[in-house]
Design a protein around this ligand. Structure first.
Ligand code: B12
Length: 233
C-alpha cells in the first residue's frame, strides 16, 4: 500500500468506514467515469441489532439507519476527496446529492457496486447486491472518483454464491432469478428491479414510510448471517 492509500484508508476507518478499496477504472467507458481512471469504494456496515429485527419486513428504525448511513457515507466521501485535493489531485465524491437515478431504468450511470467489485471488495450476488466476505451484503456503499494513481485491489469478476439460492427463496417480490453474476451480464438477466421496487414500496406503505426499502435478501444471505452471528453471539 502506498502512502496516499494508507493515509486515506486510516482516515476513513477512523471516521466509521468498514471497508475501503481502491479501483482502476480504465476498462470502464469514459462517459461513465467522467474520464477519471481511479475510484475509491467505501463500505459501511449496517447496525446488526436493527437488521436482526427486519425479519418480518422493513421497520422505522431500519429507515433511520438507512438515513444515518447515507449521511455518514456522504461525509466519508467528502473526507477522502478533501485528502486527495490537499495533495493536488482531482476528486469527485459521488454523494447522494450528485448521483442521478433514472427512474425508467432504475439505474445510475456508474453504480457504486461496479467500483466496489473493481476494488475487490466483493462480488455481485444472486440478490443483485454487493456481497463481501466480511459483512455479507450488510453494507451500504459510496464512491469517489479521482485522477490520483492509487495502488489498486484485485478486481472480482464473478459471483461466489455457488449453489446458494437463499435470497431467491425468501424474496417477497419474486425479483431474484437464481443466476450467478459475472462481468458483462445484464442486471435484468438475474434480477427484476421493477418487481423489487414495487414490493419494497408496498412494504414501506404498510409502515407509513415514503421509501422503498426491504432488505430481506440482505438478512437471509449466509454471508450476512455469519457476520450477524459474530456480532450477536
Ligand atoms: C437504482 C437502485 C435501486 C433500484 C434497482 C436496484 C438494482 N440492483 O439495480 C431499486 C429501487 C429496486 C433498489 C432497491 C434496493 N436497493 Co438500491 N440502489 C440503486 C442505486 C441508486 C443505483 C444502482 C444501479 O445503478 N443499478 C443498475 C444496475 C445496472 O447496476 P448494478 O445493480 O450495480 O449491477 C451491475 C453493475 O454492478 C455491474 N458491474 C459490477 N461490476 C462490474 C465491473 C465491470 C467492469 C462492469 C463493466 C460492470 C460491473 O454488473 C451488474 C449488472 O450489469 C444504488 C446506489 C448507487 N449510486 O449505485 C443503490 C444501491 C444499489 N441499493 C442498495 C440497497 C441496499 C437496496 C435495497 C436493499 C433497499 C434497501 N435499502 O432496503 C434494495 C435491494 C435491491 C437489490 N436486491 O439489488 C445499496 C446496495 C448495497 C450493497 N450491499 O450492494 C446501494 C449501492 C445504495 C448504497 N448507497 O449503498 N435500488
Amino acid at each position: 500500500m502506498n502512502d496516499l492509500n494508507k493515509i486515506i484508508t486510516e482516515a476513513l476507518l477512523k471516521k466509521g468506514a468498514s471497508l475501503v478499496g481502491f479501483a482502476h477504472l480504465g476498462d470502464i467507458e469514459e462517459e461513465k467515469t467522467g474520464g477519471f481512471r481511479y475510484g475509491i469504494s467505501i463500505a459501511v456496515a449496517l447496525n446488526t441489532d436493527i437488521m436482526s429485527r427486519i425479519e418480518n419486513g422493513p421497520t422505522k428504525e431500519y429507515y433511520s439507519e438507512y438515513g444515518r448511513l447515507n449521511n455518514l457515507l456522504n461525509e466519508l466521501g467528502e473526507c477522502a476527496a478533501d485528502i486527495l485535493k490537499s495533495y493536488g489531485y482531482k476528486a469527485l465524491p459521488r454523494t447522494t446529492k450528485v448521483v442521478k437515478q433514472d427512474e425508467e431504468s432504475l439505474s445510475t450511470i456508474l453504480p457504486h457496486k461496479t467500483v466496489a467489485t473493481r476494488a475487490g471488495l466483493g462480488w455481485i450476488g444472486k440478490c443483485a447486491l454487493l456481497v463481501t466476505k466480511e459483512f455479507g451484503s450488510l453494507v451500504r456503499l459510496t464512491t469517489i472518483l479521482t485522477d490520483a494513481e492509487l495502488e489498486v485491489g484485485i478486481p472480482i469478476n464473478e459471483s461466489q454464491c455457488g449453489n446458494c439460492s437463499e435470497c431467491q427463496k425468501y424474496c417477497p417480490g419474486d425479483a431474484i432469478k437464481g443466476v450467478n453474476w459475472k462481468v458483462g451480464l445484464n442486471r435484468d438477466d438475474y434480477y427484476n428491479a421493477f418487481n423489487c421496487s414495487k414490493t419494497a414500496r408496498k412494504l414501506c406503505d404498510k409502515i407509513g414510510i415514503k421509501e422503498r426499502i426491504c432488505g430481506k435478501c440482505i438478512i437471509v444471505c449466509p454471508w450476512s448471517k455469519k457476520y450477524l452471528k459474530s456480532k450477536m453471539g
